[in-house]
Design a protein around this ligand. Structure first.
Ligand code: A3P
Length: 291
């Protein structure tokens, strides 16, 4: 769409970010000291980050439902490079709280080279198949005032993807940056589709990674708490309090399914993504589910 102007600034290389994320904040994130008890959740936008955040927070906090139902997830796990009030970075607020820190980022691994090299902080990288991610991001662009309430069609949006003009850069370049480290012992890859199909296995695996254990009853409570319907009606995770999101256009908790991409992608668009998927993920041995 020729007249769509992204409201953000070009911060680093080819990466476009929202106006409330500045180079200064990114420099602060880059130099943050992290310990082995800290947890960093890294994801490309719209890959099920909020769902994963809620799960990981509960596993790491002894299934504390009382707190989960009274403190918003974005306060329990701040979006570290963001300035929620437009002035103070979430990082500054996080530094005033007690360790261990739990943070979420959408930045590529380039920014975290220091922490990756130190090999301490536990990093959980969330991934979702690229086609459903792009459809979800399209609706996010439409409903998000911070992204200029995109008015274009799906085809217009796909052009932004093809020309690498989406926030946080190209999906495949973003994952190539993180997946390079996926076999390190302090890094875990968490797939959105696994949370759909194999939640119990995902929980066992994450508990082991985090060095935690929970009773069967607590695990059953968590699984119930994390269903799409339960999360959609939970104001601590559904972002209904964010006036910058126009939920009349699309909900944050929109559909929560695998395979919605089939309602949007042309064969040609599908082939474009399939090629990048093969080129990027085959050499890394990463397989994702598309239905
Ligand atoms: P859709 O737009 O496809 O519905 P993020 O938190 O990274 O922004 O990701 C948002 C996506 O995760 C949305 O996808 C949302 O519906 C989905 N999601 C959130 N909670 C979910 C849940 N409990 N079950 C399934 N999908 C969920």
């Amino acid at each position: 769409m020729a007249d769509y102007r992204f409201p953000g600034e070009w911060v680093k290389d080819n990466m476009v970010l929202e106006p409330s994320i500045t180079g200064e904040t990114i420099n602060q994130v880059e130099s943050l000291e992290m310990t082995e008890d800290d947890i960093l959740i890294a994801s490309y936008p719209k890959t099920g980050t909020t769902w994963a955040q809620e799960l990981i927070w509960l596993l790491n906090n002894n299934a504390d439902m009382k707190k989960a139902l009274s403190v918003p997830v974005y306060e329990r796990i701040p979006y570290v490079e963001y300035k929620s009030d437009g002035v103070h970075s979430n990082l500054e607020m996080l530094l005033k709280t007690q360790r261990p820190y739990m943070m979420k980022t959408h930045l590529p691994s380039d920014i975290f080279q220091k922490q990756i090299k130190a090999g301490k902080v536990k990093i959980i990288v969330i991934i979702r198949n690229p086609k459903d991610t792009l459809v979800s991001l399209y609706h996010f662009y439409r409903m998000h005032g911070g992204l200029g309430n995109f008015q274009g069609s799906w085809n217009d949006f796909f052009e932004l993807y093809k020309t690498k003009h989406l926030i946080y850069g190209d999906y495949f370049e973003w994952y190539a940056s993180w997946l390079e480290y996926k076999d390190k012992s302090n890094i875990k890859l968490l797939k959105y589709e696994d949370m759909h199909h194999r939640m119990s296995d995902v929980i066992d695996d994450l508990l082991q990674f985090l060095g935690k254990s929970l009773s069967e009853d607590s695990i059953a409570d968590i699984i119930k708490h994390l269903t799409f319907d339960s999360m959609s009606s939970n104001d601590m995770v559904n972002y209904k309090r964010f006036s910058v999101f126009d939920m009349n256009v699309a909900s944050f908790m929109r559909k929560g399914i695998i395979g919605d991409w089939k309602n949007y992608f042309s064969d040609e668009q599908s082939a474009v993504v399939d090629k990048s998927y093969k080129d990027t993920f085959d050499p890394l041995g990463v397989r994702l589910e598309f239905e």
